[in-house]
Ligand binder design. Sequence first.
Ligand SMILES: Cc1cc2nc3c(=O)[nH]c(=O)nc-3n(C[C@H](O)[C@H](O)[C@H](O)COP(=O)(O)OP(=O)(O)OC[C@H]3O[C@@H](n4cnc5c(N)ncnc54)[C@H](O)[C@@H]3O)c2cc1C
Length: 299
Amino acid sequence: MATKTVKQSPSHLERTTAEPRDDTLHRVKLTHIDPVNPTIRLFQLSPILEPGRKPITFLPGQWLDVHVPGIHKAGGFTITSPPSLLQPPTNYLELAIQKSPLNPPAAWLWQSPESILGTELRIRVGGSFVWPPPLKESEITRVLFIAGGVGINPLMSIVTTLAIQKKEKGKLGFHVKFLYTTRDFEPDVSPSDILFLERLVCVFDALGDEGQFELFLTSGQRERDETEIATLSVTGKQLKVQRRRIYDTDLLDALGPVEERAGTVCYICGVPMMTDEFVEKAKHAMGIDERNVLSEKWW
Ligand SMILES: Cc1cc2nc3c(=O)[nH]c(=O)nc-3n(C[C@H](O)[C@H](O)[C@H](O)COP(=O)(O)OP(=O)(O)OC[C@H]3O[C@@H](n4cnc5c(N)ncnc54)[C@H](O)[C@@H]3O)c2cc1C
């Protein structure tokens, strides 16, 4: 008699086995937990300083192997904060973790905050989806970010770093375009429920005329007019929202004029179908050097 086998999806360690990772395992303390919405929580991890030990360093876009007590295999979660927040006086790394009863480290982190705050965790930095890109910064004319759902996480660390760089130098020297698509919320959108939306509006405010942010909200079951455009008040600013998915034409427009695309760098991190489709389109777009199309997969 044939036995039915249930195919287990690979763990984070199996998915990222070919990725570079640091050789040091660092001790950190879980210092803050903030809910964003019913399915996403923000976590702050602060280093436990040990004399003579290498400090934690990372590049914007990298993730952590996170070892939680009692679970043998590490979970994999992306750092959403910029490296500067790991310096005094803030001293922390931030993660945004989706509720997932199936993934043991995520389930551990979704216990009641009171029962896990102050716990010591072990982390290791890894990943190659990072800022700066392979193209020399002086040759970059445009950076396009495309985020879908929790795929915003690595891109949040990168754009925040760019906003800090702009503040320090007064100018980036290239244009930053950001297309963010996520699920709409019923019955009306609460901007604070959308992961990092308020933060992104502040980042693009800081980038001024060197940045442009566009939000696309897609509905779950609700049937919508595909072309619906609305405005959302976010941190006192009116943000134009398109209630549709990101089309190929949005991607091609955002890559810039064909004759200028040698200086375009594109970062894509979204949901499965969307990421593969956009990576293929961007890599084969006229004028684009496919080495400048970077993507991260979580599955
Ligand atoms: C590079 C990268 C970055 C990521 N960044 C984030 C992020 O920032 N935020 C976020 O919420 N998610 C992130 N993820 C996804 C996260 O690691 C989990 O995949 C996620 O929690 C979804 O889990 P799941 O319910 O789909 O189960 P899966 O992770 O698909 O696990 C399925 C099954 O595999 C087994 N399994 C998986 N992991 C373990 C483990 N560590 N120990 C024991 N058994 C295990 C379990 O039996 C589980 O039922 C990232 C993943 C990758 C690869």
